[in-house]
Design a protein around this ligand. Structure first.
Ligand SMILES: Nc1ncnc2c1ncn2[C@@H]1O[C@H](COP(=O)(O)OP(=O)(O)O)[C@@H](O)[C@H]1O
Ligand SMILES: [Mg+2]
Length: 302
């Protein structure tokens, strides 16, 4: 049994908070003295630039791992965050995805296995697709963390993602589990945000992380300074949220919760068979609630 844990952060939807979570979860784990490697597996390389490294000027990157090069050590760079190293992303990754003739879904796994003994956590930031690169990440990972934005259509695509995970689990990676579903960009002042969270909790139960990431402008500003929330504004709510998330993940690892979660994928697929139903119930309830809300308001105004 290996000591390290490999977590892929994935959702084929773009803009749900994958990269923000990859950067700040990795940095938070580092602050708690875990040795962390962040692998940027997105051709857009946002996690790389978000940590102040310019992907353009690099001769070694994640591409070496996909090529099966043996000099992986050359690709590991230091960051400004304590205990955090990175294998930077590269736009050339997109060419690999397009030009691949015989897809080897084990490419990333082979590389990651050689690095396990050096790190406590290896975090992979996936691209917004379920293509070759992401499937490689699912094969390489021990668990998958799924960020979901608190909005009406949060469930869109989640079933497809879960069934892809199940297929990889069946054919390539029998021990693969779901680390958890992370609600992101939560705004407590919006009624519909609350409803979406309640609805998802009903459906996914303890698969939803207790920690919810609130919408926090500092989280969106930090990458333009090339650093994590902790170097940018440690006193912010975003900083607290990601510290809590990292604690929750460290606690998960010491309990046997994940084995239990892993077995539940097929049950969840059954429960969410009609995902439109769930989405529309959430929507209807929120609309009802909004009506009620405006009604009350009118009453008090009159
Ligand atoms: N909790 C948050 N509060 C405010 N803005 C956020 C938050 N999480 C992400 N963002 C912003 O939303 C956008 C999409 O987030 P990102 O992490 O890049 O998503 P993905 O990697 O899934 O495409 C970015 O501009 C990011 O700065
Ligand atoms: Mg991203």
């Amino acid at each position: 049994m290996s000591l390290s844990k490999v977590i892929a952060i994935a959702n084929q939807k773009g803009g749900v908070g994958k990269t923000t979570t990859a950067i700040n979860l990795s940095s938070a784990l580092g602050i708690f003295e875990q040795k962390v490697l962040l692998i940027d597996a997105d051709p857009q390389a946002n996690a790389t630039s978000g940590l102040g490294i310019l992907p353009k000027n690099l001769s070694n990157s994640i591409v070496n791992l996909f090529r099966g090069d043996s000099d992986i050590e050359l690709c590991i760079l230091d960051t400004q965050s304590p205990n955090l190293k990175i294998i930077p992303g590269s736009i050339k990754l997109a060419e690999i995805e397009i030009n691949i003739k015989t897809p080897h879904l084990n490419r990333l796994k082979s590389a990651v296995e050689t690095l396990r003994n050096q790190f406590d956590y290896i975090i992979i930031d996936c691209s917004p697709s379920l293509g070759y690169l992401t499937l490689n990440s699912f094969v390489a990972a021990d668990s998958i963390l799924i960020p979901v934005q608190c909005e009406f259509y949060a469930l869109d695509g989640l079933r497809k993602l879960l069934s892809t995970i199940r297929n990889i689990k069946k054919s390539y990676n029998p021990n693969l589990t779901i680390e958890g579903i992370l609600m992101t960009m939560y705004n407590g002042q919006l009624i519909h945000n609350k409803h979406v969270v309640n609805e998802l909790k009903l459906t996914f139960k303890d698969l939803i992380f207790k920690t919810i990431i609130k919408r926090n402008v500092n989280l969106s500003e930090a990458p333009s300074f090339g650093t994590s929330i902790f170097n940018y504004k440690i006193s912010s709510e975003g900083s607290t949220n990601y510290l809590n998330l990292s604690q929750e993940i460290m606690n998960n690892q010491t309990s046997n919760k994940q084995k239990h979660l892993g077995k539940k994928i097929s049950q969840i697929l059954k429960d969410t068979q009609d995902e439109n139903l769930i989405t529309s119930t959430a929507k209807e309830r929120s609309i009802d609630n909004l009506k009620e809300f405006s009604l009350k308001k009118r009453i008090t105004i009159n």
